[in-house]
Design a binder for this molecule. Structure first.
Ligand SMILES: Nc1ncnc2c1ncn2[C@@H]1O[C@H](COP(=O)(O)OP(=O)(O)OP(=O)(O)O)[C@@H](O)[C@H]1O
Ligand SMILES: [Mg+2]
Length: 289
């Protein structure tokens, strides 16, 4: 990818992190993580419970500081308290539970809250709120109370609140996990739109079909990165992923299963449309699958 020639926007080097370092039983949550994320990338982070995904995410916007190693955001070291505000306005975060992220009684006030605190002037503020609500397709709800919205709508308002601060990087920590399929798809569509407009995305997820839409998938296990690459390459390693107790997107699983029975069938199809096209092509040319 062309952005590999550019400077990384996030650079993580030799990162270790201990929870409760002074206690009798410190938790060694990150055990030597190296990762570079480039402007405009969409990176998915997967890994089973407790593998260190959220701990890593919290280092990206300086909510946590390394026990060893370094994290740089646009060249700013997260260890330096003087950079904290600049880092927090560069990296926006959206968490799992939309109810814990909404603060105001009206949607547009909620979205205005972050940029207002950054000192954004009135005219610019109004423009940003409108833009952010438009990106997540929630403009029609601007005067509504957030508590009356569906979970998916609330999460889109939370994303609008984060992007109204114009972060260059948006980190989503299981932001779709509490949503129904429709809510998930609406949030994913908003994330794709933002990424297409240039926002760097880091999305933590347990849903492999969501990770499939990223440019790059990072797999974590016990505080380390154990696999990294384009989704099609990562998810083709079905046996290794199963050994890590991770799923494979269902379409990939079917593609893999068909390939085991007929090696002429491709083993690395990721999306429903690809699989449908392949089946149609084979039926048309051979009269059978
Ligand atoms: N506040 C904390 N205090 C002590 N240990 C913690 C704390 N938060 C997380 N841990 C531990 O650190 C390790 C990594 O946790 P983390 O939350 O980063 O994992 P995760 O990959 O995000 O998991 P999940 O998929 O369940 O969200 C786990 O062993 C966890 O129990
Ligand atoms: Mg987590």
């Amino acid at each position: 990818m062309s952005h590999y020639n550019r400077e990384p926007i996030i650079k993580i080097e030799g990162l270790h992190f201990y929870y409760n370092p002074q206690s009798e039983r410190p938790v060694h949550a990150l055990r030597g993580v190296d990762l570079e994320i480039y402007p405009g990338e969409y990176v998915a982070i997967v890994g089973h419970n407790g593998s260190g995904k959220s701990t890593l995410a919290k280092h990206i916007n300086a909510l946590l500081r390394p026990s060893a190693g370094d994290v740089w955001v646009k060249g700013m070291n997260t260890r330096n308290p003087a950079h904290r505000l600049a880092i927090r306005s560069t990296v926006g975060m959206v968490f799992q539970n939309p109810d814990n992220q909404l603060v105001a009684t009206v949607v547009e006030q909620d979205v205005a809250f972050g940029p207002e605190n950054l000192g954004v002037a009135e005219d610019e503020l109004r423009a940003r709120v409108e833009w952010a609500l438009g990106v997540v397709d929630m403009l029609d709800y601007r005067h509504r109370p957030p508590h009356r919205l569906s979970a998916g709508q609330k999460q889109r308002v939370a994303i609008a609140g984060a992007i109204a601060m114009k972060p260059e990087v948006l980190v989503l920590d299981e932001a779709t996990s509490m949503l129904d399929p429709e809510g998930r798809e609406s949030v994913l569509a908003a994330v794709r739109r933002l990424n297409a407009e240039g926002t760097t995305i880091v999305a933590i997820t347990h849903a492999m079909h969501e990770a499939a839409q990223a440019h790059r998938v990072v797999v974590m296990e016990a505080g380390r990165i154990v696999m990294e690459g384009p989704p099609r390459c990562i998810f083709a390693r079905v046996a290794e992923l199963r050994a890590l107790q991770l799923d494979v997107p269902q379409v990939m699983e079917l593609s893999y299963w068909l390939n085991q029975r007929d090696p002429t069938f491709p083993s690395d199809l990721l999306f429903v449309q690809e699989l449908a096209d392949e089946v149609e092509r084979r039926v048309n040319s051979r009269g059978q699958l």
